[in-house]
Ligand binder design. Structure first.
Ligand SMILES: NC(=O)c1ccc[n+]([C@@H]2O[C@H](COP(=O)([O-])OP(=O)(O)OC[C@H]3O[C@@H](n4cnc5c(N)ncnc54)[C@H](O)[C@@H]3O)[C@@H](O)[C@H]2O)c1
Length: 336
């Protein structure tokens, strides 16, 4: 799997033992980057970190440890993924979400400023838009998060906008839409037993023989179920590589949606899932969940104008198929 590239600069990934972070870490390692992963392993896993990367088990609130690691490894770019992101949990524990997502982001920026790191990529979320019901949402749409998770990410974005310009840190902030899929080799994929994402719930039904609950069938969408813009984790990783090259080339700070600009409803997702995995499981409808908008689709016009990125895994079949490969891998079975 390793490709040959000239040795690249050092990159720090906070949350690099998590789902998205570990996929990006593998991609960057294969492109010759030296990697330092900061992760407290609260939802991440040490086994997901690529062999050649240095894993430092630490909390992002520990600014001093971040500074030491940034200086020691001569970090050129920090990619800040570490966060709490389970939406239902954010209603139960809003303070914990603000501590990690807002104060944690402040800590990462303070560390960058102290250690002289001038490039930052930040993972925000489409949840900052809240209940946008007009189909495509561009970056200038009203920001009305309807969950403490979305609110905490919005505050983190605002801190980045303000503090990074004062500190002359150039950044690319991405608002991720719904991330799914796994590495095509089957060596890594999402492993978070507490995940509330639709794909994980479908897998649980296959594994445990349960019934799927579809929240909401009275949304203003063609089949009444919620529509989402799903993006493959491998395409999201390659998007980060492009954004880093953009900053390396002296590019100015950007705020961009990260999606494909197309959507699938929950019912469509279930249909493709059952086809790809050759499985059948029952589902029933329940009332809408607090904080779930009807439709969230990225307007990717700005993204297409500023970054050279060609996504390669855009079909639901590819997204679900790669996850199915991971679910059936030896590693995944070992984890239980
Ligand atoms: N998965 C999605 O669909 C999605 C959508 C929008 C935005 N995002 C954002 O992408 C980022 C990565 O999400 P993910 O899906 O990979 O989640 P994840 O839970 O798999 O990864 C988060 C990682 O951060 C680590 N972490 C959490 N708190 C920490 C702390 N205080 N100090 C150090 N490490 C800490 C966890 O252990 C984990 O490894 C998050 O910022 C999330 O908000 C994800």
């Amino acid at each position: 799997m390793t490709e040959t590239f000239s040795r690249q600069p050092s990159v720090m990934i906070t949350g690099g033992a998590g789902y998205i972070g570990s996929h990006l870490a593998l991609l960057l390692q294969n492109h010759g980057y030296r990697l330092v992963i900061i992760d407290n392993l609260s939802t991440g896993n040490a086994w997901a970190v690529p062999e050649e990367a240095s894993l430092i088990v630490a909390d992002i609130l520990d600014t001093a440890t971040l500074v030491t690691a940034m200086k020691e490894h001569r970090i050129q770019t920090v990619i800040h993924f570490a966060a709490k992101s389970n939406v239902p949990e954010s209603f139960a524990k809003p303070d914990d979400f603000f501590e990690t997502n807002v104060n944690g982001t402040k800590s990462v920026i303070d560390a960058c400023a102290t250690a002289g790191v001038k490039q930052l990529l930040f993972s925000s979320t489409a949840a900052v838009y809240g209940n946008a019901t007009h189909g495509l949402v561009d970056e200038g749409a009203p920001l009305q998060p309807i969950s403490p998770y979305g609110q905490s990410k919005l505050e983190a974005e605002q801190i980045i906008q303000k503090t990074c310009s004062l500190q002359e840190i150039r950044h690319v902030t991405f608002r991720f839409f719904n991330v799914v899929g796994a590495h095509p080799s089957g060596v890594i994929g999402q492993y978070n037993p507490t995940s509330c994402h639709l794909l994980q719930k479908c897998f649980n039904c296959v594994r445990e023989g349960g019934e799927l609950t579809v929240f909401g069938h009275d949304f203003q969408t063609p089949d009444g179920t919620a529509e989402r813009d799903y993006i493959h984790v491998q395409d999201l990783a390659s998007l980060h590589l492009q954004a880093m090259k953009y900053l390396d080339g002296g590019g100015e700070s950007l705020l961009l949606n990260a999606g494909y600009g197309s959507s699938h409803s929950v019912l469509e997702f279930i249909k493709v899932f059952q086809h790809v995995t050759n499985s059948v499981f029952p589902y029933h409808f329940a009332s809408r969940r607090e904080g779930d908008p009807a439709s969230l689709i990225a307007d990717v016009t700005r993204l297409g104008q500023v970054l050279e990125w060609s996504p390669e895994h855009t079909s639901l079949e590819q997204m679900i198929g790669s996850s199915w490969l991971w679910e059936n891998s030896l590693k995944r079975k070992e984890l239980g």
